[in-house]
Design a protein around this ligand. Structure first.
Ligand SMILES: Nc1ncnc2c1ncn2[C@@H]1O[C@H](COP(=O)(O)OP(=O)(O)OP(=O)(O)O)[C@@H](O)[C@H]1O
Ligand SMILES: [Mg+2]
Length: 285
């Protein structure tokens, strides 16, 4: 069962419940095949607004491919609907415009531009060419808000290239916020971060997560345990387990995948964060 972040233990229902809005992302029988290889093999997932969902699983489980399929970067079959609107088959920019945003395992900010310019460009992705042609002197309210929420206000005039690793990831998240993304798919956002940066990132995700749907692809199990409201475990392109952190950690199938044996009771998935090697910090595949 998926628990809502309010700790009430209620199960989220499509159409909203108890003040939750009806924003949701529904994935049905999603499949991605590369030359006959089933990278995503019939995934079903329902993501509600307010959910901070962690998507975990061994290297090669299909996590990034799943995000790629949702955002239109790889062809897929099945169905992905955002509040009822089918996304599959849409072009990448249309999906982004519908409020489904993602980050990549390697930060992709414009290093030679300032923080403000990066945010301005991201905001511009949402505007028509005529608006873009007009000179903008004042900082748009949405950009101020993004600077505030990501804590990057002090660095607004710094070139993105000189930012610390963590700050670049926060800038990317800020860029999704100014694009009005209501579904944020973050691919290993804390890889390579210091523990302080992880903590700050977790708090940032909480701040933005209340009104949005946030999916975090992660190998860092400590980070997951501290911040996840729900977890989906992917293995060999399929959903192996889903539920609260405690439910997933207690699932023998999950322990088996992470440890190679269901009987290794003294371990938990925390001690086997990246089963086939260290969590990747760069390069997706
Ligand atoms: N463009 C592609 N062409 C062929 N095979 C691919 C392609 N992209 C991914 N794959 C394969 O699909 C599988 C899933 O890859 P994916 O990158 O989604 O895994 P992941 O769960 O994100 O792994 P990691 O934790 O290492 O990032 C892997 O076996 C990968 O080699
Ligand atoms: Mg990946």
């Amino acid at each position: 069962m998926i628990h809502l972040p309010d700790g009430s233990g209620r199960t989220p229902a499509r159409g909203g419940n108890a003040g939750m809005s009806s924003e949701y992302l529904e994935i049905r029988d999603l499949r991605v095949t590369f030359d006959g290889f089933k990278a995503v093999d019939g995934v079903n997932m329902t993501l509600m607004q307010g959910d901070l969902r962690f998507l975990i699983g061994p290297n090669g489980a299909g996590k990034t491919t799943l995000v790629d399929a949702i955002t239109g970067l790889v062809p897929a079959t099945g169905s992905v609907t955002k509040s009822g609107v089918e996304l599959l088959g849409m072009k990448v920019h249309r999906i982004a415009r519908l409020g489904v945003g993602r980050t990549f395992q390697t930060a992709s900010v414009f290093e030679d531009l300032t923080v403000l310019q990066n945010l301005d460009i991201a905001a511009g992705a949402h505007r028509g060419p005529l608006t873009l042609l007009r000179r903008r002197k004042e900082v748009l309210p949405g950009i101020e808000e993004a600077l505030e929420i990501t804590g990057l206000g002090r660095h607004r005039d710094a070139k993105a290239g000189v930012l610390a690793h963590g700050q670049k990831q926060w800038l990317e998240i800020g860029m999704l916020l100014v694009q009005n993304s209501s579904v944020l798919l973050l691919d290993e956002p804390v890889a390579g971060m210091s523990s302080e940066e992880r903590e700050e990132t977790g708090n940032l995700l909480r701040r933005i997560g209340g009104e949005r749907t946030v999916v975090v692809v992660e190998h860092d199990m400590d980070f997951m345990r501290a911040f996840a409201t729900s977890v989906t475990v992917l293995h060999a392109g399929r959903v192996l387990s889903e539920g609260s952190v405690a439910e997933v950690q207690a699932d023998p199938k999950v322990q088996e995948v992470y440890l190679g044996t269901a009987a290794a009771g003294e371990h938990d998935i925390d001690s086997a964060a990246a089963p086939s090697g260290e969590a990747t910090t760069e390069g997706d595949r």
